[in-house]
Each structure stands twice: as structure tokens, then as C-alpha cells.
Design a protein around this ligand. Structure first.
Ligand code: HEM
Length: 417
């Protein structure tokens, strides 16, 4: 046992983690007044850490690896088994560069244009309904947009069910019992569907554009010049489709942020691109989404008096780092202007991971996320008028992933003339 770092004594803290959610690491950091502590989770010894220095350490690939870090149950719902998130070294970088090439400026632009068109079509329908649940609607919009963009055929009659499955995979990431099985079934259905698309693309039965994401993934070759097997190709295509649909969660939080900070609306309407970008960044910092990251110690080392033993599981706190008072003044205030004063560094603002995405595991989809959040923001403040009926807009920091309870209900929607 490390004598110099606090040890959160208990047989196992897994239940506390499930009960405390996003606050699990932060609660103990506050209790021990130390940004590093040891505990036990899922029967394993774990080192938990928080803050900029900790996140910088975590992204040192000489000291940490990802293989073996993610529990199998999370892989079976959220990421897919043995996907990019679990890879290391040259194999990882090769696949990562491929992912990044599918999310470059040109692909981003195409997706943004398609998404705008889908929003427009949706709001025309909303005018004839009494009320809508924004989260569900944006899930549908983004499912249709991402499939059209990727070249994945999606019939109008399928949209609702596919969108629900994409969303369930994310929603059940920390679930146990029946909800976990619901997530697993959603993944099984989506994998089967996408495996079929990959097989049909490879055989030529499905005629897809060579520049499409579906085609590129179907014929992507690994370092050994071999194609991915159909299952793995499907898993990785889903690793692009699913998180794009998941931006609906951030767009729902964007709507909540506008509701909770009404004074921002006029500023956003009158402001420029920079004003909108600062608002979006503050939504990504302030509201909870990904809670923490996991890695395995590659070789023994000592940091701040703590012995990191080879094979030890280590968690770094995303939510806590984005609310660390050493980095953020009044972290629990929603203040977009903070991004005017502060240039975000590689390791202190980490809603989608830290470091350089081309050299490590940082999310390759941050550009896409920001652009699609901007599209959502523009529709909410400039293109439509609506009422917000009485509803439960609270969200819980103990439920991972978080979302306003009502999903953000809007009524009397009118397109602005
Ligand atoms: C990785 C969050 C959107 C694709 C990650 C990581 C986080 C994250 C925390 C892990 C970083 C690490 O392990 O160090 C989010 C959030 C999103 C989002 C909160 C908001 C919806 C996207 C989008 C895409 C995407 C839009 C693709 C279009 C990926 C992939 C990885 C990843 C493929 C694995 C990268 C790797 O292991 O090298 N994301 N992401 N994500 N994200 Fe995102």
C-alpha cells in the first residue's frame, strides 16, 4: 500500500461510485485535500487522480497503456469489444490517423450542411405538433444526418428505432441489471445492421460512393495491409456514427444553458462566431458528459510520492478537472466569457479527453461536436420561437450519463420569419 497517498478504506467502492457518479473522485479529493488517492473498484486496486498535472501524466504513453483498462461490460454496450479505445502504440496511431482523416474539415463541412438541412425539415414538422422533446428529436435529426453523410442507407421507417438504439448504447454505459441488457441488445441490433452494410459494400451488392465513410471503412487496411474483419469494421463505423448521434445530449444541455442563462441569448444573437464558440465551450465544460478515463500502468514509477505499480488501474477525473478551482475561477458558475481570458490548454479542459488527438486517445470528434452544437444553437436562438412549458429540467450528477429529466420539452414552435 502507498503510505504517502490517502487510501479510501473500504472493501470495495464500486457501489459508492455508482451512487456518487460524476462526483466520486471529486468528493474524495475534497475529503483528503489531495488530488491523488487509492481505492478499490470492481475488486481491483485503483489510483484515482484529478487536475491538469494528473491528466498530463495520464497521457504519457510510456507510462500508461489502454489495453485491459476498460471493463468488458462497457465495451459490450458503449464502445464495442477490442475497439480503438483499447489499442496502444503503432497499431493505435495507424487506426487513429484513419479516423481523423474521416473527420477532417471537408468531411465536417459536408456533415454540417446535411445536418442543417435535416434540422430545417424537422422544424417544419414541429410547427404542426403541440410539443416536442428536444433530446428525442435531435437524436432523430442526427441519426438521419450521420447515416446520409456516411453513406449508410436508412429508411424513413427505421429512423426512430435506430436513433433509439444509438442513444440506448450511450444511456446504459454505467447500467447494471435489466438496463445493461437493454444496452447490450441495442448494440447487438446495430452491429448486425452495420455488419450487413460492410459485407454488402465489400461484395459490391451495395453501391456506395468511394469517398463515403462506409466505403472507406469497409476497405481500410491495418498496418499488416489486411482489411478489418467484418465485425471489427462494423464496431469502428459505429464508433463514428454513435458519438455523432450523442451530440444530441450536448445540444439538449445547450438548450438548458440558454434557459438557465437567459441574459446570454441577446448577446449570442448580436455576437459573432467567437461569442457562440465561447458559449459552446462553456456548455462542454460546465455540464457533465464523460465522467472519467481509465488506463493501466505500463511500468513501475513514482509520482508525487505515489508508487504506480505495473498493471495498476488508474482513473483520471474529467468532470473534476473541468471544475477544478485551480484552473477555473468559480467553476460552478456558467460564464462563457471565461474562454476570452483563458486559452484552453491540452490538459486542463478535457470534456473529450486531453493531449494531442493524433498522438494519443483524445477524441477525434471535437471539431464535429463543436460545429454540430453551433448548428443546434443557431436554430434555437435565431430560427425558431417556442415556449418552455412547466417540466422537470433537473439533472443528476449521480446518474451517468446525465441529461435533463424531461429531455427539454418545447411547445408552440414557430419558424421565425
Ligand atoms: C474518444 C468524449 C463525440 C469519436 C473519446 C474520449 C472521450 C470522448 C472522453 C476518450 C479520450 C481518451 O480515452 O483519452 C466525447 C464526447 C462527445 C464525443 C463527450 C460528444 C458527443 C465524438 C464524435 C466522434 C467521436 C462526434 C466521431 C465522429 C471518438 C473516438 C474515440 C473517442 C473514435 C476513441 C479515440 C481513441 O481511442 O484514440 N471521446 N466524444 N467522439 N471519441 Fe469522442
Amino acid at each position: 500500500m502507498n503510505k504517502q497517498v490517502p487510501h479510501d478504506k473500504c472493501i470495495d467502492n464500486t457501489l459508492a461510485l455508482l451512487q456518487e457518479g460524476y462526483l466520486f473522485i471529486q468528493n474524495r479529493v475534497n475529503r483528503y485535500q489531495c488530488h491523488l488517492f487509492e481505492t478499490r473498484l470492481l475488486g481491483k486496486k485503483v489510483i484515482c487522480m484529478s487536475g491538469k498535472e494528473a491528466s498530463k501524466l495520464f497521457y504519457n504513453t510510456d507510462l500508461f497503456k489502454r489495453k485491459g483498462a476498460l471493463p468488458k461490460r462497457v465495451q459490450k454496450t458503449l464502445f464495442g469489444v477490442n475497439a480503438i479505445q483499447t489499442m496502444d502504440d503503432e497499431g493505435h496511431i495507424h487506426r487513429k490517423m484513419f479516423f481523423m482523416s474521416l473527420l477532417d474539415q471537408e468531411y465536417q463541412k459536408q456533415l454540417t450542411e446535411i445536418t442543417k438541412k435535416r434540422w430545417q425539415a424537422a422544424i417544419n414538422n414541429w410547427e404542426s405538433t403541440q410539443q416536442i422533446v428536444l433530446f428525442d428529436e435531435v437524436n432523430n435529426i442526427l441519426s438521419q444526418s450521420v447515416c446520409e453523410w456516411a453513406g449508410v442507407p436508412l429508411q424513413a421507417s427505421e429512423v426512430k428505432n435506430r436513433a433509439k438504439d444509438f442513444s440506448t448504447m450511450v444511456n446504459t454505459l454505467a447500467s447494471i441489471g435489466p438496463m445493461y441488457w437493454k444496452g447490450k441488445r441495442a448494440r447487438t441490433r446495430i452491429e448486425k445492421w452495420i455488419r450487413g452494410m460492410i459485407a454488402d459494400t465489400r461484395s459490391g451488392k451495395l453501391n456506395v460512393e468511394k469517398s463515403s465513410v462506409l466505403y472507406k471503412l469497409s476497405f481500410y487496411e491495418e498496418l499488416d495491409d489486411k482489411l478489418l474483419n467484418t465485425q471489427m469494421a462494423a464496431i469502428e463505423l459505429i464508433n463514428i456514427l454513435r458519438p455523432i448521434v450523442a451530440i444530441s445530449r450536448y445540444i439538449t444541455f445547450t438548450a438548458l444553458a440558454l434557459y438557465e442563462n437567459e441574459e446570454c441569448i441577446e448577446k449570442l444573437r448580436l455576437g459573432n462566431e467567437n461569442t457562440r464558440e465561447m458559449f459552446i465551450q462553456e456548455v462542454r465544460r460546465y455540464y457533465p458528459f464523460a465522467p472519467f478515463l481509465a488506463a493501466i500502468v505500463r511500468k513501475n514509477f513514482i509520482w508525487h510520492g505515489c508508487k504506480f505499480k505495473q498493471g495498476r488501474l488508474v482513473l483520471v477525473d474529467i468532470y473534476g478537472t473541468n471544475h477544478d478551482p485551480r484552473i477555473w475561477v468559480n467553476p460552478y458558475e456558467f460564464r462563457p466569457e471565461r474562454f476570452k481570458e483563458k486559452k484552453n490548454g491540452l490538459f486542463d479542459f478535457i470534456p473529450q479527453g486531453g493531449g494531442d488527438p493524433s498522438k494519443g486517445h483524445r477524441c477525434p470528434g471535437e471539431g464535429v461536436t463543436i460545429e454540430l452544437m453551433k448548428v443546434g444553437l443557431d436554430f434555437l436562438i435565431n430560427q425558431i420561437e417556442f415556449k418552455i412549458p412547466a417540466q422537470d429540467l433537473s439533472y443528476s450528477l449521480t446518474k451517468i450519463p446525465a441529461l435533463p429529466a424531461s429531455g427539454f420539452i418545447m411547445s408552440n414552435i414557430r419558424v421565425k420569419l
